[in-house]
Design a protein around this ligand. Structure first.
Ligand code: TXA
Ligand code: MG
Length: 318
């Protein structure tokens, strides 16, 4: 059976998607970062289906997606700092991890039994429309099998999850292309759990210097195990040029080389463009079955998150 794919901006498709979610089903939904595998976050059985579809370890908690700061506040205590971050970056590619409220109806499985919860208001009309129609938070990890790269197109979702999802909403390629930045708030201290779509500098302008998880008591993100982002072939980072037999993930004004398949993340050296193209590039070159030579990417701005994903992908395959 092939999975139905419908336009993410079609109200009838959104009605159908909301009905599937209300019945405990799974819908792949585009967001500005990557496609999410959505389920009703208050329905433990629906959330269990997410883990099953992804083949994901059960202890890995999920982000609760919301459509307002008020809905986030019903789930967690954002505190002064969480509100400042929400005001600055929501809706957008920032996830805040904060103390979970006792009365919230988030399923324990979704929060993996932790006393904190990750919340995000995405800049994604289909996702927020579904949260509104359902009138509940939506749990959504990236819509890839565990260990594969995050999908940035509907076709990429279908290739990875196939009919383990009930419906795919197609919103075209994701604008940001990297997962959200995750910041944990503990009292008035902020810790960077995952570099992502909002650059560190922009978060630090609001929250002050960010602690690193190693130095902090905040829980680290289990999904940040070094093997998380893995194309099925080895990666060679900071490669000046590809070797014979490698494919080439290039960045900047490199000239093509005969007999070498090149995917250029951004011919003009633009980091936002490179971020948006990263997972598509890894998926396309990974499918060739050859090792990938990766050109150096500057560590500034979004380069921090791009290099983080590349290091994880490289570590996974030694
Ligand atoms: O951009 C994104 O964040 C996408 C879109 C769909 O919103 N979602 C996403 O979810 O990337 P996922 O599950 O693939 O990654 C979320 C990360 C995981 O590494 C998880 O361990 C971490 O967030 N996380 C969730 N709840 C947490 C918590 N309470 N404490 C620490 N880390 C948490
Ligand atoms: Mg993921």
């Amino acid at each position: 059976m092939t999975v139905p794919v419908r336009p993410a901006d079609d109200p009838a498709a959104l009605d159908a998607a909301a009905e599937i979610l209300a019945g405990g089903g799974l819908v792949a939904v585009p967001t500005e970062t990557v496609y999410g595998l959505a389920a009703d976050a208050t329905n433990g059985r629906a959330v269990a289906r997410i883990f099953e579809a992804k083949g994901r370890p059960r202890f890995n908690p999920l982000i609760a997606h919301v459509d307002s700061i008020a809905r986030a506040e019903r789930l967690v205590d954002l505190g002064r700092l969480g509100h400042a971050l929400a005001d600055a970056f929501w809706p957008g590619p920032l996830t805040v991890v904060a103390k979970r409220r006792a009365g919230s109806d988030i399923s324990d499985l979704s929060a993996a039994g932790l006393d904190t919860l990750a919340v995000r208001w995405p800049d994604a009309p289909a996702m927020t429309a579904l949260i509104g129609r359902l009138d509940r938070p939506i749990a959504a990890p990236s819509a890839n099998p565990s260990g594969a790269v995050s999908p940035t197109t509907a076709a990429h979702v279908a290739a990875g999850l196939g009919d383990r999802v009930d419906l795919i909403l197609d919103g075209g390629p994701c604008r940001v292309g990297l997962e959200s930045t995750i910041v944990a708030i503990d009292e008035e201290k902020a810790t960077l759990l995952r570099a992502g779509g909002v650059e560190r500098g922009r978060v630090e302008a609001i929250a002050g210097p960010l602690a690193t998880p190693e130095a902090a008591s905040a829980p680290t993100a289990p999904g940040m195990l070094s093997s998380h982002y893995a194309p099925p072939v080895p990666l060679r980072l900071n490669a000046q040029l590809p070797h014979t037999g490698e494919s080439w993930l290039a960045f900047g004004s490199q000239q093509p080389i005969e007999n070498i398949q090149m995917f250029n993340l951004s011919p003009t050296g633009n980091l936002a463009e490179a971020a948006a193209n990263l997972f598509a590039g890894l998926t396309e070159l990974g499918g060739l079955g050859k090792p990938i030579a990766v050109s150096p990417i500057p560590e500034s701005g979004l380069g921090e998150a791009i290099n983080d994903r590349l290091r994880r992908a490289a570590a996974a395959k030694g």
